[in-house]
Design a binder for this molecule. Sequence first.
Ligand code: DHB
Ligand code: FE
Length: 280
Amino acid sequence: MAKITAGVATSHVPAIGVAMDLGKTQEAYWSPLFEGYEFSKQWISKEKPDVIFLVYNDHATAFDMKFIPTFAIGCAENFGIADEGWGRRPVPDVIGHPDLAWHISQSVIQDDFDLTLINEMEVDHGLSVPLSLMFGQPETWPCRVIPFAVNVVLYPPPSGRRCYNIGKAIRRAVESFDEDLNVQIWGTGGMSHQLQGPRAGLINSKFDADFMERLVNDPESLADMPHVEYMRDAGAEGVELVMWLIMRGALDEKVNELHRFYHVPASNTAVGHLILENSC
Ligand code: DHB
Ligand code: FE
């Protein structure tokens, strides 16, 4: 059977992708950030996941004001890399896993969560930057990826509790797929940041530290945090963090924390990163 073995959380700042694409990772501004992912790159090269269920948000790239799904699952064979205004990032296309994606869709929808099924989509920095951080710059990505896009861009995003619970439904779905697959689930976006308005540049390291600690050790209480708290304490874009709860919901109640990293700033954002392993 397929198994969710581990969860990864990471921010997805677009400038990180640019720094990698332009060969700037050794510059003084960037090197402390990339050092925080050295452990992760080693770890994942040994773990060799077959599939990553990658929870991310689209930033008005594949979706615009015409259609905004709350939860959208990518069922295609292939996902191109979007041009977000500066040309396509020089990274490989993302190869999907249609059989597993359709299985998850069937299971999660019949488990009472509504998903939008996507058969054609380009993916933006929300998905490509986490892959770059974890895998570096390979010619092809070393595993398949199922994109799972969550609306955190236009109000109303889903609640933390709904995200946490859909994570549990995703786990039930994956672990009823009749093929031996090593599946990881990633939750991306965050941490504290606000990109616009008078509070642009807001970072709240105390909030971020507390969020990471509770995500690991007390996710139940974190799931009840209302949107207004994310917005007030972590900035308007800090609400991306509800996506980390999807990842956490798909893991055991008690997890092994393998790695925790926090760095400020990358562009306008506090970067947080966790690797959590299921114990059984
Ligand atoms: C930045 C962060 C994001 O999460 C994003 O989607 C776009 C920009 C930033 O810090 O620049
Ligand atoms: Fe973002």
